[in-house]
Design a protein around this ligand. Structure first.
Ligand code: ATP
Length: 234
């Protein structure tokens, strides 16, 4: 089943025409990866989905309902979580406070999801009462993902979770994303091709603000010319 359909969206930031026709579909239960060089428009695409960079034309349909005219908080309430590249954690607040602030409800289901995600990220439990500013880059990334998972989100948009992480932390984040696949559908922006190709099902390549290629990750893994042309991978 198609959970999200993005159809020829265009987005301006100020006078700049950043997205000039991005289209993709996300199937429920899959990890769909957005790939492309630096500055291609991947982050802007996620921000457009969240209404943070509203689109000027095109459409965004979530569970059959058009959402592109909604304000960000309403898009979030529809069940779409966003983990931005800069993680957006509050450094002066403890891990516990960061997670509590993120919780839209405190019912049993939310507490169950919180406990589930904390079991996946034991580091967060260890530092539970400490200011999150003390966490390492990888631990902050985990907190950002955990925060997006405590709510009953059907779709998570995750921007470059591997950025700046040591290989061991990349492995950890990858393992968690694998575990999450049973519960939530993911749109992943990821430059680390190893991570993208290990956990991704379908892919879309964005170049100069347009989707230029799509397919199954298994095919892209062996398509050397496409990887070289758009991703700079030899
Ligand atoms: N606030 C802004 N004002 C002007 N241009 C912007 C702004 N934000 C982004 N851009 C431009 O939009 C283009 C797309 O940026 P975006 O961050 O979406 O790319 P990206 O594919 O996510 O790149 P990266 O992998 O480097 O994060 C870039 O050329 C960028 O310089």
């Amino acid at each position: 089943m198609t959970l999200l359909k993005v159809d020829r969206i265009e987005t301006y930031i100020g006078q700049y025409h950043i997205l000039q026709g991005v289209s993709f579909e996300v199937k429920q239960g899959e990890v769909t990866v957005l790939l492309g060089r630096n500055g291609a428009g991947k982050t802007t695409t996620l921000r457009s989905l969240m209404g943070l960079n509203p689109i000027s034309t095109g459409s965004i349909t979530f569970k059959g309902e058009s959402i592109h005219h909604l304000p960000t908080y309403e898009i979030a309430r529809k069940g779409i979580g966003y983990v931005p590249e800069d993680q957006g954690v509050f450094p002066d607040l403890t891990i516990e406070e960061n997670i509590r602030l993120a919780m839209q409800k405190s019912d049993d289901a939310t507490l169950e999801r919180r406990d589930w995600i904390l079991n996946l990220f034991p580091d967060l439990k260890t530092f539970w009462k400490k200011p999150s500013g003390l966490l390492s880059g990888g631990q902050k990334q985990m907190l950002a993902i955990a925060r997006a998972c405590v709510n009953d989100n059907e779709l998570l948009l995750i921007d470059e979770p591997s950025k700046g992480l040591a290989p061991i932390m990349v492995e950890k984040v990858m393992n968690v994303l694998q575990e999450m696949k049973d519960r939530v559908t993911v749109v992943l922006v990821e430059q680390n091709f190893y991570m993208a190709s290990t956990i991704g099902d379908g892919y879309y390549i964005i170049d100069d603000g347009r989707t230029v290629h799509s397919g199954q990750m298994a095919e892209l893994k062996v398509n050397e010319s496409l990887k070289k042309e758009y991703l700079g991978i030899a």
